[in-house]
Design a protein around this ligand. Structure first.
Ligand SMILES: Nc1ncnc2c1ncn2[C@@H]1O[C@H](COP(=O)(O)OP(=O)(O)OP(=O)(O)O)[C@@H](O)[C@H]1O
Ligand SMILES: Nc1nc2c(ncn2[C@@H]2O[C@H](COP(=O)(O)O)[C@@H](O)[C@H]2O)c(=O)[nH]1
Length: 231
């Protein structure tokens, strides 16, 4: 992606390639509603999006890879990272600690890369406080509570007790839906995925994210001081 430079590129006003700041796409949901499923599809289809890999003290599930799905760490290491202010946000979820490492987040955003966060409502609130303008919060709802339980059971990664605990917490998690700008029901994976893609497409076009707009508009009309009257 090149930056439009009005000093050196006289023709760029007719064919600009805009630089933009990346966005922080946050996907939350009650456990089992499908956010990891949607996140994996987004990451596979769009190389502008990178996953923020969280650190966690929860045990690794079958099929999960250290460094790809999570950084699996001991409670001692996690506590040390908290003390060293190494997390952008962190929270206790289902009795385990989860946190978003700060490393590379800001530099990636500046490069125009989007970062996807699969985090809960506590983490979303903390990110919002730190970087409101960059955060695009999306909440995924299951089509029903019965279907949520079916999905947790069919995933077959958790014990019956763990599933009960996640179901007990689902109502409390869902009560935070109104903290999110976007809410999508995951009845059908493809439809839900398409809707999230549409959200990303619209958010990428936000004026505030398109850092190349000012020189481009100046080249178009020679002035950007009164956008409404001069464009
Ligand atoms: N629309 C859907 N219809 C049927 N099954 C689905 C749908 N979306 C996801 N699933 C299945 O439901 C299960 C839970 O999905 P997933 O692991 O993505 O949930 P999650 O929200 O990331 O859960 P957690 O917070 O526990 O990580 C998986 O087995 C997944 O394949
Ligand atoms: N606040 C944070 N929440 C996180 C983070 N990483 C994951 N999560 C959330 O925890 C639950 C459980 O996840 P699971 O993989 O054990 O099923 C889920 O809601 C995740 O979104 C994090 O870094 N911070």
């Amino acid at each position: 992606m090149t930056l439009f430079d009005p000093e050196t590129d006289a023709t760029a006003a007719s064919a600009p390639i805009m630089h933009r700041r990346g966005l922080m796409l946050v996907i939350s949901s009650p456990s089992g509603a499908g956010k990891t499923t949607i996140a994996r599809k987004l990451l596979a289809a769009d190389d502008q999006i990178a996953l923020s890999v969280s650190a966690t003290t929860r045990p690794r599930r079958p099929g999960e890879t250290d460094g790809r799905d999570y950084h699996f760490v001991s409670q001692t290491d996690f506590d040390q990272m908290v003390e060293e202010h190494a997390f952008l946000e962190w929270a206790k979820v289902f009795g385990h600690s989860y946190g978003t490492p700060k490393a590379q987040i800001w530099s990636r955003l500046k490069e125009g890369r989007d970062i996807l966060f699969d985090i809960d409502w506590q983490g979303t609130q903390q990110l919002h406080q730190r970087a409101e303008a960059d955060v695009v919060p999306v909440f995924i709802l299951p089509p029903s509570i019965d279907e949520l339980r079916r999905r947790l059971q069919s995933r077959a990664t958790d014990s019956a007790d763990t599933i009960d605990a996640r179901m007990d917490r689902a109502r409390a998690e869902i009560s935070h839906w109104h903290d999110y700008d976007y809410v999508v029901v995951n009845d059908d994976v493809e439809r839900c995925y398409d809707e999230v893609r549409q959200i990303i497409a619209a958010e990428r076009l936000r004026r505030a994210r398109q850092t190349g707009l000012v020189p481009f508009v100046r080249a178009l009309v020679g002035d950007t001081t009164h956008p409404r009257s001069s464009i």
